[in-house]
Design a protein around this ligand. Structure first.
Ligand code: ATR
Length: 272
């Protein structure tokens, strides 16, 4: 019988996950189907329970259900425990395993696809919400000189820096407090781009050969990618590669095979 997988979120109509996993399955010769499920607000657990009862083997979880999935899982991986959010659920005889592949996807896109080394770099992480928290542990594990977290509400940045401080040097700042500092890599994990905005950053943050990475993506260059280019960043990338890499990591958890991501990323870029 063909194994069933799905992504659950709200909204979900524009999710690229079914396309990505269908391409992975074709390329690795795995017999599976992958669909998109619109979860009703407040109805994650019922929806996921019904999918499991119908024989579903795994779920990807997206906005706004990642914390609900964290609660629903029977067991959590270490990285999901830390992230406080789950984006991948493995459903089998042993129960429900919750994992989070977002941070691994980000690090892999940066280091393997883009050639941006993290070790020893000064990293600035913009935002202190769920997206930032979800990637901090894998980011710190890559050995940067330090990760500075900046947020509109500075207390949330300070809280995150404290929570992850055992994994590496971590600072919490307001945007104003960044003035005079320089960074090798800026990562945008804020939701500002949803309204076409960029956080209010002081001038002069970019070191020579600096990278800018937007965890968001779109058919057109995102607001942060445009900001990066306008401010002379040597490299600017959006988060489509992270999306494909977090999916590959989920596919590995479910199927025991890591798909080759480069052709899939190229196909998605071509499809616009
Ligand atoms: P997500 O799960 O996408 O991280 P979230 O937990 O609601 O969503 O967090 C959104 C993040 O984007 C926060 O860091 C938020 O800043 P505040 O904590 O100060 O609210 C940030 N954000 C949203 N809109 C922004 C804007 N226009 N400018 C700067 N930061 C913004």
């Amino acid at each position: 019988m063909t194994d069933r997988y799905a992504v659950i979120g709200n909204p979900i109509a524009h999710s690229k996950s079914p396309r990505i996993h269908t391409l992975f399955a074709a390329r690795t010769g795995q017999d599976l189907v992958y669909e998109a499920i619109l979860g009703p607000q407040g109805g994650f657990a019922d929806c996921a329970t019904a999918f499991r009862a119908a024989g579903g083997r795994g779920l990807n979880v997206t906005v706004p259900f990642k914390q609900d999935a964290w609660v629903w899982a029977d067991r959590l991986s270490t990285r999901a425990e830390r992230a406080g959010a789950v984006n991948t659920l493995k459903l089998d005889e042993d129960g429900v395993l919750g994992d989070n592949t977002d941070g691994a996807g980000l690090v892999r896109d940066l280091e393997t696809n883009l050639g941006c080394t993290l070790a020893g770099r000064r990293v600035l992480l913009l935002g202190a919400g769920g997206a930032a928290r979800g990637v901090l542990a894998p980011l710190l594990a890559a050995g940067p000189a330090a990760v500075t977290i900046a947020n509109r509400t500075p207390d949330k940045a300070a809280e995150l820096a404290l929570r992850f401080g055992d994994l590496g040097l971590c600072y919490g700042r307001s945007y104003d407090e960044l003035a005079g500092e320089r960074f090798d890599l800026l990562i945008n994990a804020t939701a500002a781009g949803l309204s076409g905005e960029v956080p209010p950053l002081p001038e002069g943050l970019l070191a020579d050969a600096a990278w800018c990475y937007d965890m968001m993506y779109g058919d057109e260059p995102t607001a942060f990618v445009r900001w990066a280019r306008a401010h002379g960043a040597a490299h600017a990338a959006d988060g489509l590669g992270m999306l494909v890499e977090q999916a590959a990591e989920a596919f590995l958890i479910w199927r025991g095979v890591r798909p080759d991501t480069a052709p899939v990323l190229a196909a998605l870029r071509g499809e616009g």
